[in-house]
Design a protein around this ligand. Sequence first.
Ligand SMILES: Cc1cc2nc3c(=O)[nH]c(=O)nc-3n(C[C@H](O)[C@H](O)[C@H](O)COP(=O)(O)O)c2cc1C
Ligand SMILES: [Fe+2]
Ligand SMILES: [Fe+2]
Length: 471
Amino acid sequence: MAVDYRTRLTGLLKRKGGRSECFCLPFFRQASKNQARLQVLFFRRKNALCIVFRVKNMVHYLCIESVYEVNCIMYCTRKITNDITWVGASDRRLHLFENVYPIPRGASFNSYVISDEKTCLMDTVDYNCGRQFFENVEHALNGRPLDYIVVDHMEPDHAATLQMAAEKYPAATIVCNAKTLPMIQQFFTFDAAARSLVVSEGDTLCLGRHTLSFVMAPMVHWPEVMVTYDALDKVLFSADAFGTFGALDGYLFNDEVNFDRDWLDDARRYYTNIVGKYSPQVQKLLGKAAGLDIAYICPLHGPVWRSDFGYILDKYNKWSSYTPEDKGVFIAYASMYGDTENAANILACELAELGVKNVVIRDVSNTDESELIALAFRLSHLVLCSPTYNALCHPKMEHFITGMKHHGLCGRTVALVENGSWAPAAAKAMTAALEGMKNLTVLEENKVTFKSSLKDRAPLEALARVLAKDL
Ligand SMILES: Cc1cc2nc3c(=O)[nH]c(=O)nc-3n(C[C@H](O)[C@H](O)[C@H](O)COP(=O)(O)O)c2cc1C
Ligand SMILES: [Fe+2]
Ligand SMILES: [Fe+2]
């Protein structure tokens, strides 16, 4: 029997002097809003929710006894194994992940409860999902107290509700590493140190039949990141690794969806933009994970993997080693009045005529940078086409090139197409912008320059032949 405090929050307000009065939630909310000196403390005692608050030096104590218990029916969970339950939630209202990346399909924020002799919560979720999440945790705990909260990652998309969880489950020990603890203290006000269990690489935590071991994964997004392995059910709780944008349509497992068709593009866009910069660290983690016997990969976003590990590991290996996933040509162009765009289209047609597969054209001005970055990771060859703009390349093109550099992309073959009406200089500017990207092969001899509109197709045809041969 779980408690739904939201709908049944009525009870007795006992003043210090023993007088008591009935009140309900709206009154309490009003009091919170209007009283500047109001201090509130929530805690849970047995089957009751206790609230202590002070108004004008008077301490009030409210206890909602278990008589108000009702069935918690708003839960939305999925079982992963007998003992492990997914208690995460999807957010379809969030437009921009990290306020940067468009997520038209939303995102899921995963969290898991392990029920053994001890109970354990694996990370929490973002604020927006908090209501659903706490319903889910309550349901998964089925009336039991929570003994541990493992914090694999402190980024607020997973840790925003940590303080609420810590207060809701005051007996829970916070399991974290030495880099995590000070971050918890930076973000929150509860006394994390007093109730933490600080773990290091290889440490284990026995929950009964399940033994968790901790593997540090620094910079597999943030410096404090660790992943957790459950030896009994062979589950890797992989933090942001193996995560993807996209809300869950009820299906939680990779074998319940058509990942390649419906999820891969978002998974690539997630990886390359969120974690791509830290690919060497991802490679290290993949090396450590190779030594584990894994039956489930439970990431903090997107589907849980329980089959076809070769598929996703191959993708991760490629992305994190900057190896192109597909041989093909990504033609990225900028164009103010259409002539550079025209050259991009002609080049693509020439490549198609030559039988080249995987040709993709994108306008850098109206394609979100996260998609451009993902395509640059995916394909082996890049053609950058830009008009000259104030003696430089088009600002959107420069921005895209800087983005590739920031994300650590390397090892691509690059060709340049420039346009200009009086002194074309876009190729020079693009070359300068590319500096710092490692292992690029720039097809200097096949640089295409034209003035205003294309008058000679031969240089583009020659470039197409060189690219086709090189693929
Ligand atoms: C704001 C602005 C700045 C430009 N600066 C240069 C320049 O510095 N050098 C040059 O040769 N052309 C310059 N141009 C001309 C364009 O590069 C040229 O007209 C080109 O053909 C435009 O290609 P598009 O049709 O693909 O937009 C500039 C055009 C604009 C609108
Ligand atoms: Fe993260
Ligand atoms: Fe995340």
